[in-house]
Design a protein around this ligand. Structure first.
Ligand code: FES
Length: 127
């Protein structure tokens, strides 16, 4: 799968929201740094976090086992199934929030906002 990614801190800086229909189009026009906005390919056996690291990106993580939410991302477009065992409450998974250390996209393309640990609902779960 090919992943297009955006840093959640950029949303905060620009006053954009996860729900914005044209979020990634706005990002494409905003002249962002390559660590904040870009794309990479996820190999079939890698988690999203592993794929980001293989491509040289230092995305946040701590436990690497679905227990801390430091690695949380929001799936804006595409399919990224959530494994059964993890710490996220259902209201967050229903909003498309996933843990990048234990999940990966299965659709051909996906749009992902990373650094979701700065989202207030996720921040309050951080250990
Ligand atoms: Fe802790 Fe992913 S790194 S849940």
């Amino acid at each position: 799968p090919m992943v297009e990614f955006l840093n959640f801190e950029v949303l905060e800086d620009h006053g954009w929201a996860l729900e914005d229909e044209d979020l990634f189009a706005k990002a494409a026009d905003a002249n962002l740094q390559s660590t904040d906005f870009g794309r990479f390919y996820v190999d079939p056996n890698d988690t999203l976090l592993e794929a980001a690291e293989k491509n040289g990106f230092a995305w946040p993580f701590a436990c690497r086992g679905g227990a801390c939410t430091n690695c949380a991302v929001a799936v804006v477009e595409g399919e990224m199934p959530s494994p059964a065992s993890h710490i996220l409450p259902p209201d967050l998974t229903e909003k498309g929030i996933r843990l990048s250390c234990i999940a990966a996209p299965v659709s051909e393309d996906a749009k992902i906002v990373y650094n979701l640990k700065h989202l207030p609902e996720v921040r309050e779960l951080l250990l």
